[in-house]
Design a protein around this ligand. Structure first.
Ligand SMILES: Nc1nc2c(ncn2[C@@H]2O[C@H](COP(=O)(O)OP(=O)(O)OP(=O)(O)O)[C@@H](O)[C@H]2O)c(=O)[nH]1
Ligand SMILES: [Mg+2]
Length: 472
């Protein structure tokens, strides 16, 4: 007779069976209770399954998302326009990200101070040259730094550490080495930039609180909070920025800090106050250059019947080296919002100082309107930064000095903006029969931008519904 192989208990074979097996020595009453509970749990599970299949069927029937691509040269205002969309249609998410924007604003402040210190270093280097060498240099920059300025420079050195630690925390790549050599340090002048794949917004967002009450967004007990050092340096930063010699040095070196992206030195008290949390306006003014492409999804409501529609908005980097990536997004877009910063008529591209920024916008617009892949895509032009344009023309900077064809027309905003609008319109006309949709915009002004974006949303929903034959 063959030896009996002893049966292994179930739990030895399948540990999961052990976990769900009924308890040994269960009484009939306990058994009844267990069966009731299992029945109730199955009902819940079946209801969830049914809901999931209903949602899947609904998703299949849902109209396709409306896709918008934001295009334009670097610093034209693409990411700022995206922020406006988020503020309007996803305000909770937008506001929950305040802590991360606070860090970007702190970096923007440090960068402005750095630009000043570098300008001072240049002025100092020129002064240190022997008189024979100095005479060969134009009258440029021969301004003396007094003891106060040299002292300020030394006292502001801790800001370099602040910058390093912020960049590390936000996972922003860089070779920012702190130096202890005041005024002579050669530092990288690059802008802070972030690749859209880096989850930088998570770096400062608190996950331990459900409330999005502004006061809870920042970890005030964080011993490494850069706000503490910035607060300690605030008087020195203010004194540096307001110092007449600094103003003269900046003017001599043609550095117009006020017009640069991410300028906060005129609100230094506010942004360096302890427990500072950025306002919506400050978030819109914050500058973080985009690398790569980021996609943002939001659900918007249709004006005709409260029906909602998904929108997918794509934000790209506008620097020349990044533009080759745009074309892979041309397929299948419902609209392109093209941003041309008209105030940049007297500026050149950072990446190629031989190219005027307005000329670059004309050229880019020409490429877009004549692209075969985009023949069916609606094009909406934003002539952006009208606030800076107003201020520039009012300060006496003449459009005709940079745009020959402007001739002897008046140097006021109405005339200049009408002229530039016509130029863009005629480029479109030459290449395409499409309707010219154009808005004069100030993307850091939430109120006016809100109306422009709401109009665009309504228009695109209408087009989309017509295409789906849902309205006539
Ligand atoms: N004054 C003023 N500033 C603006 C306006 N639009 C954008 N800015 C500022 O200009 C800077 C650059 O704007 P971004 O939106 O980052 O530019 P971008 O087109 O995304 O640039 P890249 O990411 O480099 O391609 C930011 O600091 C904005 O706050 C505007 O209409 N007026
Ligand atoms: Mg951007």
């Amino acid at each position: 007779m063959p030896a009996r192989v002893p049966r292994r208990p179930m739990e030895d074979i399948d540990p999961f069976a052990n976990a769900i097996a009924p308890p040994q020595n269960e009484s009939p009453a306990e058994q009844e209770l267990r069966i009731q509970k299992e029945r109730a749990a199955k009902q819940v599970s079946d209801a969830i399954d049914a809901e999931l299949s209903r949602e899947q069927a609904y998703e299949k029937k849902r109209p396709k998302a409306v896709k918008i691509l934001l295009l334009g040269q670097s610093e034209s205002g693409k990411s700022t326009t995206l922020k406006n969309f988020q503020l309007l249609y996803e305000p909770k998410t937008f506001r929950a990200e305040r802590a991360s924007w606070r860090a970007i604003i702190q970096l923007n402040v440090v960068r402005s101070i750095q630009i000043i210190l570098d300008a001072m270093a240049r002025a100092q280097n020129l002064n240190d040259r022997p008189p024979s060498a100095r005479s060969s240099i134009s009258s440029h920059d021969s301004l003396r730094l007094d003891a106060e300025l040299i002292g300020l420079n030394t006292r502001l050195l801790p800001l370099l550490e602040v910058e390093k630690s912020l960049m590390k925390r936000l996972s922003i790549p860089g070779e920012w080495e702190a130096t202890t050599r005041p005024l002579t340090s050669r530092r990288r002048q690059g802008e802070i930039a972030v690749n859209s794949t880096v989850a930088w917004k998570g770096a400062f967002t608190r996950t331990d609180r459900e409330s999005i009450d502004t006061d809870h967004l920042v970890d005030w007990d964080d011993p490494e909070d850069p706000g503490v050092v910035l607060h300690a340096c605030r008087e020195d930063m203010k004194r540096l920025w307001e110092h007449p010699t600094v103003q003269a040095i900046l003017e001599k070196q043609s550095i117009r800090l006020q017009e640069q992206a991410g300028f906060f030195l005129d609100s230094i008290e506010e942004v360096t106050s302890l427990r500072y949390v950025p306002t919506d306006d400050h978030i819109l003014k914050a500058r973080l250059k985009t690398l790569g492409v980021s996609e943002h999804r939001m659900r918007l409501t249709d004006p005709t019947g409260g029906m909602s529609r998904d929108f997918r908005i794509f934000d790209v980097g506008g620097t020349r080296s990044l533009r080759s990536a745009w074309v892979s997004y041309f397929d299948d877009m419902d609209a392109i919002i093209f941003l041309a910063p008209i105030s940049a008529f007297d500026q050149v591209l950072t990446e190629d100082p031989t190219v005027n920024r307005l000329a670059d916008s004309y050229q880019l617009w020409t490429t877009i309107v004549s692209n075969k892949l985009l023949q069916k895509t609606n094009l909406i032009l934003f002539l952006n930064k009208v606030d800076i344009m107003h201020a520039k023309l009012a300060s006496g900077i003449r459009l005709s000095d940079f745009v020959d064809s402007y001739g002897r027309r008046p140097n006021d905003f109405d005339s200049a903006s009408r002229y530039l609008k016509k130029q863009f319109q005629s480029i479109l006309k030459q290449h395409s029969p499409r309707i010219f949709y154009c808005h004069l915009t100030n993307a850091i002004d939430t109120k006016s931008t809100k109306y422009v974006l709401a109009g665009i949303k309504d228009m695109l929903m209408r087009f989309h519904l017509q295409e789906s034959h849902l309205i006539l």
